[in-house]
Design a protein around this ligand. Structure first.
Ligand code: UDP
Length: 493
């Protein structure tokens, strides 16, 4: 729908949480709105701007306005001075509870530049990270509709909503293995107590989750990096049962650019990563397990040792991303006997240190399975690439995403991760033989593995169709733009 007399394009402000896993999809979302003619601004701090700079440059190349104006602008604001060392502005750089506290203080102080931006710029909508719960009131004061974005699945959001409302952990027996049933969901969703956040142990985090949920609920609506065909029951639940408004615009990593080139020009791509792509070219289709746990997970030396043993025992080829700031233990602390030699031969496996071009790897024909922590971006990137998963959740929404992948979508097998624990806490070690078995169940020749791979392939086709012209996510973007444009007409009357 076009509103007569409205020449100015829509302007959307994106305000992502300061971790790569929220910045990356925010930049991808900005790119897909920009490709549809929306002027986008991403408000963030210097170190975080660097994470998305090359993605934004690529998107601007693709969708520069007719007048030559950049479609996406990054509004860089200083990171508030809360006593963190210079350059420590982002989740992966936080290595103590004290630093984490300061980081959360800094997030509150971003209200001042956020307010200033809205006061000084005409903005049709704010896509605010759910973590900035205060932005609901700030946006309302400026009369700007706020769209919450948490960067997770509808399924996980519905689970955490159920948890926030009913607090089923509190009512469960103290036993870590006690089953916890999440009430009011379309399926029977049962977790182990140890897989859930303990509200009593983390009262601050629990209070924040309640505030975030309330802020998103009173917002104009919510954006999801998901697609209608992936989790239709949870879309229905979210919108009809919970009465919330949701637009599903993903998988955003596949939406707005040529996947084949994505990541290839990322600054800071390590030499390991470059060699990895050439190495993959030499491997048969579906023969390589890709192993990566995102930007925030940390594995202890015993966990790394068992994982290495599992990869060795699996007999499969592998590319393993160690590090990304997370696993900084010396190799001698964890490498099992013979593993260094196995790597040195270069036939079976590679280790990447630093930033891996994950989209390129997942979409390479040689990759046949993804050992993942179930961060939502990684999960959806695997779904879009049609790659089945070996799931190894650690904390946050990851245990819920695992349930979606393993039990509902049936495109993965779990390693049996049981302990919700942040990167600073200890957890039970999973044996290498268990890891090898899970890889076999996904990548092997058995019937189960073949069925999993076929479902993953079909789901990947649906995912990529969703973001093409006429697909469900493409249409949701259009619907939201129409609504915002119509609203502008009404507000101006
Ligand atoms: N990523 C990447 N290369 C790396 C590590 C991560 O490209 O070496 C990207 C990955 O593709 C995904 C994001 O970083 O888009 C990580 O987000 P996710 O939600 O999977 O995990 P988190 O880091 O938030 O736990």
């Amino acid at each position: 729908m076009a509103i007569e007399g409205q020449q100015q394009p829509l302007h959307m402000l994106f305000f992502p949480f300061l971790v790569p896993g929220h910045l990356i999809p925010a930049a991808d979302m900005a790119a897909l709105f920009a490709a549809r003619g929306v002027k986008c601004t991403i408000l963030t701090t210097p170190v975080n701007a660097a994470v998305i700079r090359s993605a934004v440059d690529r998107a601007n190349e693709a969708s520069r306005g007719a007048d030559g104006a950049l479609a996406i602008d990054i509004a860089v604001v200083p990171f508030p001075d809360v006593g963190l060392p210079p350059g420590v502005e982002s989740g992966p750089a936080l290595n103590s509870d004290a630093d984490r506290e300061k980081f959360f203080q800094a997030l509150q102080l971003l209200r001042e530049p956020f307010d200033r931006f809205l006061a000084e710029n005409r903005t049709d909508a704010v896509v605010s990270d759910s973590f900035f719960d205060w932005s609901a009131d700030a946006a309302a004061e400026h009369g700007v509709p706020r769209l919450g974005f948490l960067g997770t699945s509808l399924f996980a959001r519905a689970c955490s909503n159920s948890t926030a409302r009913h607090n089923p952990v509190e009512a469960a027996p103290e036993d870590p293995d006690a089953p916890v049933l999440l009430p009011g969901l379309p399926h029977r969703v049962e977790m182990r107590r140890s897989q859930m956040m303990e509200p009593k142990k983390r009262p601050d985090r629990w209070a924040l989750l309640q505030r975030m949920n309330a802020a998103d609920q009173r917002s104009y609506g919510e954006l999801f990096n998901s697609f209608r065909e992936l989790e239709p029951d949870y879309l229905e639940h979210y919108t009809t049962t919970l009465g919330r408004r949701a637009w599903l615009v993903g998988p955003v990593a596949f939406a707005s650019k040529d996947v084949a080139t994505r990541g290839a020009d990322d600054e800071g791509l390590s030499p390991d990563a470059d060699g990895c792509l050439r190495w993959l070219d030499t491997k048969p289709a579906g023969s390589v397990a890709y192993v990566s746990f995102g930007t925030l997970s940390r594995f202890s030396p015993p966990e790394l040792r068992e994982l290495a043993r599992g990869l060795d025992q699996s007999g499969k080829n592998f590319v393993w991303v160690v590090g990304g700031g997370a696993d900084d233990a010396e190799e001698s602390e964890w490498m099992p006997d013979g593993f260094a030699e196995l790597l040195a031969r270069g036939e079976r496996g590679l280790i990447i240190r630093g930033w891996a071009p994950q989209m390129l790897i997942l979409n390479h024909a040689a990759v046949g399975g993804f050992v993942t922590h179930c961060g939502w971006n990684s999960t959806l990137e695997a779904v879009g690439a049609g790659v089945p998963m070996v799931t190894w959740p650690r904390y946050a929404d990851q245990f819920y995403n695992e349930k979606l992948v393993v039990e509902l979508l049936k495109v993965g097998v779990g390693v049996g991760s049981t302990d919700y624990a942040s990167k600073l806490e200890a957890r039970r070690v999973i044996g290498g033989d268990v890891v090898a078995e899970a890889i076999e169940r996904v990548m092997g020749d058995g019937e189960e593995a073949q069925a999993i791979r076929e479902r993953a392939r079909v789901l990947g086709e649906k995912a990529r169709r969703a973001v093409e012209k006429g697909g469900s996510s493409y249409d949701d973007v259009g619907r939201l733009m129409d609504e915002l444009m119509a609203r502008r007409g009404l507000v101006n009357v």
